[in-house]
Design a protein around this ligand. Structure first.
Ligand SMILES: Cc1ncc(COP(=O)(O)O)c(C=O)c1O
Length: 309
């Protein structure tokens, strides 16, 4: 689905976007770490959510609904009240109690669904009355994500961008922003082993860390509605796909934490992919998108990477 005509632009609300880039040299090149986990609610989703909710408000909506128990839900809960919209979050009953508690503390009305699929159906049922932040497929959410690509283009003309991919809203938004700025990126899509439909379509540049990927709990969409569009974008940039499993996620997460990047396991896949491709990437300009904050996982991270000796 696309929207035609010009979409409006909106201001920042809670300081979202304009995240820092930290440059480090590795394997003879300079790597830029784009710290998207420093967004106000702890993930890149704030860009798409802020944009979507501001559009919803301009259209006269009074409430917004999302089906998610993760970063999109947290972002919607943080931004909606601020923008005068009632936040409604539909979560599967498997969602963790601390997350549900934070969503409620932020003022969200939390509705429990029997399953993830049921949660989507319930959100769609609410969408007559409330604006549905449909992050899996909405062109409006993508429009909000474009700012990330525009910011990367402030530093680079032809970067290799390494990004985690589940629904694809992140990588497609980045691509649109980069293209709009006249940059010529190469896109490396990183998928969790258990949810890697791109690998099926395009094959892989590398596959590391085994076939289990339960640590990447934000990278679980096996049939993204935009699969074809994502595959086309990766192909037309001359990029590729890397598949990452738990063993590689665990060590990548430990390494990122030891560099001071407090990210969640799903974000660590990009570091695993970068290491798997080291030597194969001729480009000097590589950007890794660190998508989500590890602070939300603070009680589990030590168990995941194993306590230091
Ligand atoms: C931390 C994190 N990284 C990466 C992704 C993947 O983004 P997308 O679904 O836009 O491909 C998500 C999606 O929820 C996420 O929460």
């Amino acid at each position: 689905m696309e929207v035609s005509g010009d979409l409006p632009s909106f201001p920042r609300v809670l300081g979202e976007g304009r995240t820092p880039v930290v440059f480090e040299s590795f394997y003879g090149g300079i790597v830029g770490f784009k710290l998207e986990y420093l967004n106000p609610s702890g993930s890149f989703k704030d860009r798409g959510v802020s944009y979507s909710l501001q559009l919803a408000r301009s259209l006269g909506y009074k409430c917004a609904v999302v089906d998610s128990s993760g970063n999109t839900a947290m972002s919607l809960a943080a931004f909606a009240l601020r923008l005068g919209l009632e936040p409604i979050v539909v979560v599967p009953k498997t969602a963790g109690a601390p997350k549900v508690s934070l969503l409620r503390a932020l003022g969200a009305r939390v509705l429990m669904a029997e399953s993830r699929v049921e949660a989507s159906k319930m959100a769609v049922a609410w969408s007559g009355e409330c604006f549905h932040v449909s992050h899996l497929a909405s062109p409006i959410f993508l429009e909000g994500m474009k700012s990330l690509g525009l910011e990367i283009a402030e530093h680079y003309r032809s970067p290799t961008v390494i990004a985690p991919v589940s629904s694809g809203s992140l990588i497609l938004g980045v691509y649109r922003g980069l293209k709009e700025a006249g940059a010529k990126p190469r896109l490396v899509a990183v998928q969790a082993s258990e949810a890697s439909p791109l690998a099926r379509v395009l094959g892989v540049l590398a596959s590391v860390g085994g076939d289990k990927s339960s640590l990447a709990d934000a990278l679980v969409i096996r049939e993204p509605p935009r699969l074809e569009e994502i595959a086309r974008a990766v192909m037309e940039t001359g990029g590729g796909v890397v598949r990452v499993g738990d063993e590689a996620i665990r060590s990548a997460l430990g390494e990122l934490l030891s560099m001071g990047f407090i990210v969640e396991p799903s974000s660590a896949v990009v570091w695993a992919a970068f290491n798997a491709l080291a030597g194969k990437l001729e480009d000097k300009d590589v950007v890794l998108i660190l998508t989500g904050s590890g602070l939300k996982y603070s009680r589990e991270l030590e168990n995941i990477i194993g306590a230091p000796p």
